[in-house]
Structures are given as structure tokens and as C-alpha cells.
Design a binder for this molecule. Structure first.
Ligand SMILES: NC(=O)c1ccc[n+]([C@@H]2O[C@H](COP(=O)([O-])OP(=O)(O)OC[C@H]3O[C@@H](n4cnc5c(N)ncnc54)[C@H](O)[C@@H]3O)[C@@H](O)[C@H]2O)c1
Length: 437
């Protein structure tokens, strides 16, 4: 891949379109509105807080990422999206019960003005929901056309120069890619024939790619993770990324597992269980939707620990992930991990982790960063899978011949090195021999 010769200006308005305007989307929107009025801090966002070292350790060049790469500012963002319920962003945020009134009151009218467009909803892909605010159309191809019109109208009405999309909709049932997903041609034939292999989220993704709108997938379903979408993304020069935001338990897993592996400590068992009571939890009660999540969550340890290379340490690892819907907790999820590990001569030890986290509070900065970084990638003319954004995902998309990199610290190094590379700075290898020459 060639280094971008130039990056187009970040000026103008950037539309941030979210299919699915529930807990995560409204927490992102409200948080951004508060941050730009100076009424809240965008904690957890790399684009807003992180710094990046440039050159040698002795050079003392450590700007903020947002001062180093040309990113759209928070004031330039215009939020919109689709949902299968008609609630505006204020109503949806109240329903989600993530943010308190003290945070919603000051931006009440701004939130009320964010009204979802009608969603595309074939209910067989999310069985627990019964949406009423939905489009009608004879074929899936027609639905894609309606979504494309929505995008064009939204951009025109809001004076947007560019747009990006982040899927924040419910997790769809699990199914692997089939023949219909193989190429642009088979997929377009499938759209006309209402092929059952094409899910709702894939219709949004297709519409966005056709409109040249970069697309990130925050859920574990395949949305944009199939050959036809990747072919279209390259053909239209659109960056894509996914899948499944890395927030609570998996974030911790990709922090702790690389540490235990670095010390070559063995692991015999890792039992992960969660209780959560938001709508996401309700959808995940359906075994078919849970299957998508389970596949996404289970893959992590295999790739981090490489049991094939270290069979004595990780060859017999028993890894279980459970999620239980428990309404009293709302969005304040609790994730427990019990890790059975062993050390010198095989002596056993245990590590218990109890993360009382907040799902949408952890997801919102990821949505913001993905929107800003995908827009940057698009202006730098990067297209197809953006593996350097793996940092944000539980189940990162990669080129077909590559295994995904799950170690959070390798992912962060890759992200920062990509930014250095884009801007013509030297990448940092941490070799550091020059300090001792
Ligand atoms: N919060 C986290 O930490 C986290 C982490 C990883 C992944 N995710 C994923 O992010 C997604 C959003 O999570 P959430 O907590 O906001 O869920 P949520 O249930 O509050 O919001 C999802 C919204 O999507 C809407 N929706 C469903 N199908 C749709 C369609 N076809 N078109 C338009 N809208 C549709 C629903 O009506 C709902 O309002 C879920 O898939 C979840 O699994 C969340």
C-alpha cells in the first residue's frame, strides 16, 4: 500500500450516521454535544485525549493526536441515523437510562432535533424486536435505494460535505457468509431476489458503500465482513472497519491475557460471565443473536495465546463465555472472570476479576474515534479493510490470509504507527539502539 501523497482538508461538516439509535448511539451523541459546549469531558477517546510520540525519545515531540493528524473537530459533526422505533435522541437516551437528567437537560432541544429516519427491518434477523418505524419495499434492492436516498437527503438538508456511518444497531442472528456474499454481482442479484442470506445491517452497509460513505460495524454480525462488501469498498475507494466494539470484558481480556502470555504463565481455564439489563441484553437472550456474540468473544484468547505454539501452557484451555439478561442492572453491566492459571512446575493460581462497568460509557468514545478516524482514512484515500483500527474491535477484520491481532498494546502501536506513516513521520519500533551508540 502506498503512503497517502496528500490528505484532503478536514474542513466542512461531517455527517455521522448511525443505523440503530439506542443506548450506544445516544450516549455518543449526547456526550459529543456536552463536550463541545465544555459541559463534559470525552474521557476514553484517543482522538480527543491521547498524545503521540514523534521521532526520538530525546526530541520531546509529543503532540496530541488531534493536533498531529487533520481530524474533523467536534463542532463540525452533525448526527443522524435510522431506527425501527420513532423516538428522537432525547427520548431514546431516556429510555436507555445511561445518562442522568443533569447531562440530558442542558442539551435537551439539540437532542430532540435528532430524529431517526425509518429503518429497514426484516424481523427474522433480530427476533426479540418488533419495530414500527420501518420502510416498506418489494425487494431488498429497493430498500438499499431508499437508504441511499436518505443519505443524500440528510447530507443536503444538513449541508454536510462528507459522511461516515457506524452500525450501532442490535446484534443480528449468527450466520456465516454464503454464495450470495461472494462478489458484487452475486450480492446485487441476491438483493433483487430477496435472498434470505442478506441481513438488515448488510443493506445499510451496501447503501453506504454505494454512496461512498465509510462504514464501521460495532456489532458482531457480518454487516460489512464479507467478500462482496470488501470488493465494493475497494472499487469505490471507501474505508471499512469492524467488528464488535471492544468495551467491557473483552477489553479486559485483551489487556490481561497478553500480560500472562508475556510472562509465559500457563492458563487452564477462563470462565467469563456477564449480567446486563439493557435492550442489547434483551436481544442477546435470543440464542441465535447470542451465537454471533459468542463467536466474537471466544476467538480472542486463541489468537492472543497461540495454543498451537505453546501446547503445554495453553493447549487444554477451557474457555467459556456467558451473558445473562438481568433487567435491574440496566446498562451497568457486571462482568466476572475467573482465570485458572499455573506457574513454575505447574503450581495452580487463580485470578478473579469483577468489572462493574458501564457498557455505553465505554462504547461511546469508540464510536466517536471510529467516525473521526474513518473520515481521516477516507480523505487520505485509504480503501477497504482498515486493520489499524483493530484496537477498537473484539473481532477485527483482516485480509483473508491474515489472522487478527488481538493484543491491545500491539493494536495501539499499529494504530499510532499508521498515523505516523500517513503523515510522513518515521514509525517507532522501540529498538532504541541509537541512544547507546
Ligand atoms: N455497549 C457496548 O459495550 C457494546 C459493545 C460491543 C458491541 N455493542 C453492540 O452495539 C450495538 C448497540 O448496542 P446498544 O446497547 O446501543 O443497543 P440498543 O438495543 O440500545 O440499541 C440498538 C438499536 O438498534 C435498533 N435497531 C435494531 N435493528 C435495526 C435496524 N434494522 N435498523 C435500524 N435500527 C435498528 C434498535 O431499535 C435499538 O434502538 C449492539 O449490537 C451491541 O451488541 C455494544
Amino acid at each position: 500500500m502506498q503512503r497517502p501523497s496528500e490528505i484532503a482538508s478536514a474542513g466542512g461538516k461531517l455527517g455521522v450516521l448511525m443505523p440503530g439509535m439506542g443506548a450506544v448511539a445516544t450516549t455518543t451523541i449526547a456526550g459529543t454535544m456536552l463536550a463541545r459546549r465544555g459541559l463534559g469531558e470525552p474521557v476514553g477517546s484517543l482522538t480527543q485525549n491521547a498524545t503521540i510520540r514523534l521521532g526520538k525519545r530525546t526530541d520531546e515531540r509529543t503532540p496530541r493526536i488531534r493536533d498531529f493528524v487533520p481530524l474533523a473537530g467536534l463542532d463540525q459533526l452533525v448526527f443522524g441515523g435510522w431506527d425501527i422505533f420513532p423516538d428522537n435522541a432525547l427520548e431514546a437516551a431516556k429510555h436507555a437510562r445511561v445518562l442522568e437528567d443533569r447531562h440530558l437537560e442542558p442539551i435537551k432541544s439539540e437532542l430532540e432535533a435528532v430524529v431517526p429516519m425509518k429503518g429497514v427491518f426484516y424481523p427474522e434477523y433480530v427476533k426479540r424486536l418488533h419495530g414500527t418505524h420501518v420502510k416498506t419495499g418489494a425487494t431488498k434492492a429497493e430498500m438499499v435505494e431508499q437508504l441511499r436516498e436518505d443519505i443524500r437527503r440528510f447530507m443536503k438538508d444538513n449541508g454536510c460535505d462528507r459522511a461516515v456511518a457506524v452500525w450501532c444497531g442490535s446484534t443480528e442472528i449468527y450466520f456465516p457468509p454464503s454464495d450470495v456474499h461472494a462478489s458484487i454481482q452475486t450480492f446485487e442479484e441476491g438483493l433483487l431476489a430477496n435472498d434470505p442470506g442478506i441481513s438488515n445491517s448488510q443493506l445499510y452497509a451496501w447503501a453506504c458503500l454505494k454512496e461512498g460513505v465509510p462504514y464501521a460495524n460495532g456489532a458482531p454480525n457480518l454487516s460489512v465482513d464479507f467478500p462482496a462488501a470488501q470488493e465494493l469498498a475497494r472499487e469505490r475507494c471507501v474505508p471499512i472497519a469492524g467488528k464488535d466494539f471492544k468495551t467491557g470484558q473483552t477489553l479486559m481480556k485483551t489487556i490481561i491475557a497478553p500480560g500472562l502470555k508475556a510472562r509465559m504463565l500457563g492458563i487452564e481455564g477462563w470462565f467469563s460471565t456477564n449480567i446486563l439489563g439493557n435492550r442489547d441484553g434483551e436481544v442477546l437472550e435470543d440464542p441465535d443473536s447470542f451465537k454471533s456474540k459468542e463467536v466474537s468473544k471466544l476467538g480472542v484468547l486463541d489468537y492472543v495465546l497461540q495454543p498451537d505454539k505453546h501446547p503445554k501452557l495453553y493447549g487444554n484451555l477451557y474457555h467459556v463465555v456467558r451473558i445473562n439478561y438481568y433487567p435491574p442492572r440496566g446498562d451497568a453491566k457486571e462482568g466476572w472472570d475467573n482465570i485458572d492459571l499455573f506457574g513454575w512446575l505447574g503450581y495452580p493460581m487463580q485470578l478473579k476479576l469483577d468489572f462493574l462497568c458501564r457498557d455505553s460509557i465505554l462504547a461511546a468514545p469508540i464510536v466517536l474515534d471510529l467516525a473521526l478516524l474513518l473520515d481521516l482514512a477516507s480523505r487520505a484515500k485509504l480503501s477497504g479493510i482498515q486493520e489499524w483500527l483493530s484496537f477498537y474491535f473484539k473481532s477485527p477484520m483482516t485480509a483473508p490470509s491474515l489472522y487478527p491481532e488481538h493484543d491491545l498494546f500491539i493494536q495501539l502501536m499499529k494504530l499510532k504507527n499508521t498515523l505516523r506513516w500517513m503523515m510522513g513521520e518515521g514509525v517507532i519500533t522501540h529498538l532504541g539502539h541509537e541512544y547507546y551508540d
